[in-house]
Design a protein around this ligand. Sequence first.
Ligand SMILES: [Zn+2]
Ligand SMILES: [Zn+2]
Length: 296
Amino acid sequence: MNFYGKELNVYKANLHTHSTTSDGFFTPQQIVRIYEEGGYDCLCLTDHKNTNAVSELKSKNMTLLSGIELHPVGPRNIPWHLLCINVPYGFPGEFACGQEAVDAVNAAGGIVFVAHPYWCGFTSAEVMSLQNTAGMEVYNTSTRYIGKEFNMTIWDEVLDHGRMCNALAVDDVHQLHDLFRGWTMICAEDKKPESLVSALRNGEYYATMGPEIYSLEYKDGVFRAKFSAVESAILMSNKCYGNCGTVPDAHYLGEGNRPVSELVCNAKEWFPAGSYARLQLRSADGRYAWSNPFMV
Ligand SMILES: [Zn+2]
Ligand SMILES: [Zn+2]
């Protein structure tokens, strides 16, 4: 895909995965096979407080990343759920506080995302109390059982405070019914572990439940995107700002318009300088895709 002027391959990844190493239903080898057969290019195993020896797992062509989900105590004594990607096998599972955990993961060459903050009950201010995280989950399949799978409001509040924050979509798979509903498309030159981890660190990816993004561009103040047909395509920004583009049929659901597959927006004209902007797509069957934000 064209990722802001770079021609990159796109790799389908599930980055939040549980197995029998913690409270998942499938063994590590079973869950690897399930995602491989599901057409994924990358899987990160992230059991609660425990790593897996991913080098001992068999996979034909899927890149396996070592990860862990950490639960140090957070604000109001609510445990954090920290999704930690690219930590070595045997990485410790216990930390006194959230910041200590984030710092240790970063020092070990890993990356931290705040997992499902809405489900945890965290406010955006509490999410922002952690420094040096790479982002958060905007969508988490397993938390849909109580209707808290979307984290768009918290994400936008963080961005509105001027904190750049990228976002993943993940299954957080524990059981069969968590499979294949939200994933991250990593944009990279190849799928070597170091290439995928570096793209995740740099925000070179998008999150989706189905819609595909083919091209993202931001040049001379004008944002352009191409994607699979959806019913709603909005360049989201601070407060009440948001723009559904200059393509004539780019409108919201219910206005009787045709599906859209392109959005053009003169962001410099629409949004005050210093605003953030991020593309949000929604298909006719209610599945979203989200680009990472950029500063106008
Ligand atoms: Zn969790
Ligand atoms: Zn989890």
